[in-house]
Write a protein that binds this ligand. Sequence first.
Ligand code: FES
Length: 153
Amino acid sequence: MDAVDLVKVDEIIERYRGQEGFLIQLLLDLQGELNWMPRDLMEHLSERLDVPKSQIYRIASFYKAINLSPVGRHMIHVCMGTACQVRGAQKVLDYTASKLSIKPEETTPDLAFTLRKVNCLGCCSMGPVMTVDGEYHGGVTLEAAEKALKGLR
Ligand code: FES
């Protein structure tokens, strides 16, 4: 687990020690700090907290907010819901994927970007919609997609 700062991890663990029902919030805090949840880290938590590994893994895999594999520093979501698809979401997705030289659900080798498809971002009338690091972009054209990505790497 050489990429993970265990001192920082242990500091976060200490914030929750003695509290009931803390495990979910602890995992979310660690996710926020590290951007993903390495298997080695879950083993470390299991030892430090005396909680079965299976319980930690079950919680981590239940929450979509917790990434079980490395993700990019910048998270791109392209909505592929019906309302966005009829307004050209596939073109936005294909263009974004080609700009990043990855497929949807992949992360660039430099860990700069992760591209994900989502089913609906809850603002269908703005379609096609994409988010870049949580910021919504509606009525996305290919030029707008390029502009949204520019300067992030
Ligand atoms: S279908 Fe894209 S935001 Fe709802």
